[in-house]
Write a protein of this length. Structure first.
Length: 264
């Protein structure tokens, strides 16, 4: 890095290196007044790629200098590309200048998450670059995923196409041979096989809006009193009352099946 006075016309600001949500016209005006009064300001930061000087930090100072028709401005010059300037800019203004707003921080994070290369970095690395908390990066990443921008976390593998979608086979009908895609057929058959069968006699749940509860497998003794004792010990009162109501309904609408023990 070296410090030098650059012609303002040499400095480019059109490369997406401005990290804030918006610049403050009030701050620019105040800086312009202070510059004309002789107040010294820190140099701006630029990256030189051999052809252009990309402004990375000091946008309010740059516009204030232009406002008072300055032709030169002091600059810290780094060797690097426009992308290097962007990476520098997203972490700028953390300890000097106009304090960043949450919108400014969000824009900085979005700049990296929307980039195909930088978005592959984990949340902690992006947070370090943008000088924010990793949880903030994670929250923005999730919001983008919900918005279908496909900014997937590097810890989650990208989805792969279903191999069954590409299955093809030759089929002959009469004198004609043609190609049939069978992946969807296999998928539909599998779906039918795995679909649960619901009895037509099933009653509506007593609490239709309640969340489903986990099922519990158990063996009941054939003796009704012992079975009742077992249920009473294992389940809450509301469940037992619902079970009694359901059994009463079944007994009232149709006779119970005759079991081998009953027939004996």
């Amino acid at each position: 890095m070296n410090q030098q006075n650059l012609s303002i016309d040499q400095i480019r600001i059109d490369g997406g290196t401005q990290p804030r949500e918006s610049l403050s016209e009030e701050v620019i005006a105040q800086y312009a007044v202070d510059m004309e009064a002789g107040q010294a300001f820190p140099p701006v930061t630029v990256f030189h790629d051999g052809a252009a000087y990309w402004l990375a930090d000091g946008f309010h100072r740059y516009h204030a200098a232009r406002k008072i028709s300055r032709t030169e401005i002091a600059a810290d010059v780094h060797s690097g590309t426009r992308r290097d300037a962007i990476l520098f800019s997203v972490g700028a203004n953390t300890s000097h200048g106009l304090r960043r707003t949450n919108a400014d921080k969000r824009k900085a994070v979005l700049t990296l998450l929307k980039d195909p290369e930088w978005s592959q970095n984990p949340d902690r690395e992006i947070a370090r670059r943008c000088a924010v908390d990793p949880s903030f990066v994670g929250r923005v990443r999730r919001e983008l995923s919900v918005d279908r921008l496909q900014i997937a976390s590097p810890s989650a593998p990208a989805p792969t196409p279903d191999a069954t979608d590409e299955q093809l086979r030759s089929v002959t009908r009469g004198q004609t041979t043609y190609t049939m895609q069978t992946g969807k057929i296999s998928e539909a058959a599998s779906s039918r096989r795995s679909a649960p069968r619901i009895s037509a006699k099933a009653l509506k749940p007593i609490r239709p809006h309640s969340l489903p509860r986990p099922m519990r497998a158990l063996s009941l003794p054939y003796d009704p009193q012992l079975a009742a004792n077992t249920l009473y010990e294992l389940f809450e009162r509301s469940y037992i009352e619902g079970l009694i109501a359901a059994l009463s309904h079944l007994l009232a609408t149709e006779p119970p099946p005759v079991l081998p023990q009953d027939a004996a």
